[in-house]
Design a binder for this molecule. Structure first.
Ligand code: GLN
Length: 216
């Protein structure tokens, strides 16, 4: 391992389904080492975890049967930082509004509504202003996206679209309803990885700022 590797957090990408390689590319761009997590043992030694989009019920079923869901919940409850996009956001929620029970990781004090933007605009793109990231707005790619219907006091709202919360964070989690891994905008991935480093980004990183999440 080179000296520089010590500043490169190890981030696992849950590889049950979804845009795994796109998240790996985004994480590599902001200086993280990545590995795929398909089995519980592959959580060992990680500094953080990404849960990509996909279908949260499929995640719950596949990862539930294999024991991976329990292992992820255990790691996240023990403080492992996690970044969830779209279905990943759903997986991290403490509750689902208007839907039947489904297996979740849980732990974040949010209630989400699945497929919330309705049939007419099931998938769309929109500029999303994320004040902690400054300008320009992020280009949000929403694909049968959820929104956050309610958030508790431990949760900081990061962005809203059409009056609904679409990105948020708490001490160890960042979630967004859209798909930043499908654009070239790395600012949310950078915020996550900088939080894992304790804020000390390598010298070649731009956009340094006080955007860490409390990872330790
Ligand atoms: N609609 C999906 C769900 O409810 C999420 C869609 C996505 O991740 N792009 O799980």
């Amino acid at each position: 391992m080179s000296a520089r590797d010590l500043t490169r957090p190890r981030v696992g990408v849950l590889a049950v389904q979804g845009a795994v390689s796109e998240h790996e590319a985004a994480l590599a761009d902001v200086g993280a080492r990545t590995s795929r997590v398909r089995r519980s043992e592959e959580l060992a030694g990680l500094d953080g975890l990404v849960i990509p989009g996909g279908e949260s019920t499929t995640f719950g079923r596949v990862a539930g049967e294999s024991g991976l869901l329990d292992a992820v919940r255990h790691s996240v409850d023990a403080g492992m930082p996690v970044f969830g996009t779209c279905a990943g956001l759903i997986m991290l929620a403490d509750g689902i509004a208007g839907g039947g029970p489904q297996p979740l990781v849980g732990g974040m004090d949010i209630t989400v509504r699945r497929n919330a933007f309705g049939r007419q605009c099931a998938s769309f793109e929109a500029d999303v202003q994320v004040p902690v990231l400054g300008d320009p707005p992020m280009r949000g790619i929403f694909i049968r996206a959820p929104w956050i219907e309610a958030a508790g006091p431990s949760v900081e709202v990061l962005a809203e679209h059409a009056g609904h919360i679409v990105a948020a964070r708490d001490r160890t989690r960042i979630v967004c309803a859209f798909h930043p891994e499908l654009t070239g905008d790395r600012r949310l991935h950078r915020m996550f990885v900088e939080g894992l480093r304790g804020g000390s980004a390598p010298a070649d990183e731009e956009h340094k700022g006080d955007t860490r999440v409390g990872a330790q």
